[in-house]
Ligand binder design. Structure first.
Ligand code: NAP
Length: 259
């Protein structure tokens, strides 16, 4: 029989927890007995995830992670409810496909603002708690787009490469402080981001949604989309004591697409 989880009672902040991968991570960490502060912009969707985790276990905080003031306020609210932050999962993200010539400053700043600056702001807002406690787990949900190029994805690829770079830099900066910093790099995962990508491909190429999905699935040697639960399991692994020596790494979940 297994005993109580080593993570029970620890306080985790998960960004972008209102749906998709973030909601699955919330469910996995709640099952460990962790206390969860869940960030997102959609209050109604967040409330559903809080309900599923249990209102004593989780609370929702409406915040745009690209907004410094909103992030500071959100982390104050998180600490007021559950105390110092032990685990941060930087999951909030947006994707957009566009030719480079059509990637104007608005698109560029939005994607970099959420994926990169959001990760920077949230990490800076909680790392003092981790340094003071001598313990922390930071997991950044990057992408295989953080490890290789991709046509028509310049802003997204740039943002995710930068997240991998920040992960590596902070892992070394905090190596002796009880804090690990890692990235999880999935291939295509079955979420709204992929639904939107399918609609975009269908619109631009005239293919059916089934054909567009088949194009995306074909990039994965296992011939399938990655599941949200698989990403959540990787996050859990990086938070558990058995992975204490794993830091600065990019854990690829892509069926062999990147080897
Ligand atoms: P999703 O279903 O579209 O969910 C995105 C989440 O991010 C939502 O909870 C959304 O919440 C939140 N979010 C977006 N912009 C935000 C902002 N400015 N401030 C706060 N929260 C924001 O996407 P997903 O597929 O689960 O993606 C989660 C992460 O995995 C992203 O970082 C993505 O790049 C990465 N990823 C996804 C895939 C994939 O194929 N799906 C592959 C590799 C990596 P609100 O709408 O409530 O704000």
């Amino acid at each position: 029989m297994s005993g109580p989880s080593a993570l029970a009672g620890r306080h985790a902040v998960i960004t972008g927890a209102s749906r998709g991968i973030g909601a699955a991570i919330a469910s996995a960490l709640a099952a460990e007995g962790m206390r969860l502060s869940l960030l997102g912009r959609d209050a109604a969707a967040l409330a559903q995830v809080v309900e599923a985790c249990g209102p004593d276990t989780a609370h929702g905080i409406v915040a745009d992670v690209s907004d410094q003031t909103a992030v500071a306020r959100a982390m104050d609210e998180a600490r007021a409810r559950f105390g110092p932050v032990h685990v941060l999962v930087n999951n909030a993200g947006q994707a957009a496909s566009a030719k480079f010539t059509e990637t104007g400053p608005e698109l560029w700043n939005r994607i970099l603002g959420v994926n990169l600056t959001g990760t920077y702001l949230c990490t800076r807002a909680v790392v003092a708690d981790m340094l003071q406690g001598g313990y922390g787990r930071i997991v950044n949900i990057a992408s295989i787009a953080g490890l290789r190029g991709g046509a028509y994805l310049s802003a997204y690829v740039t943002s995710k490469h930068a997240v991998v770079g920040l992960t590596r830099a902070l892992a070394l900066e905090y190596a002796t402080r009880g804090i690990t910093v890692n990235a999880v790099c999935p291939g295509y995962v079955d979420t709204d981001i992929v639904k939107n990508a399918i609609a975009n491909i269908a619109r631009k190429t005239g293919r059916s949604a089934e054909e567009a999905l088949a194009t995306l699935v074909a990039t994965n040697p296992q011939g399938r989309l990655v599941t949200c639960e698989e990403v959540a399991a990787a996050v859990l692994y990086l938070c558990r004591p058995g992975s204490d020596s794993v830091t600065g790494q990019s854990l690829v979940l892509a069926g062999g697409e990147v080897t």
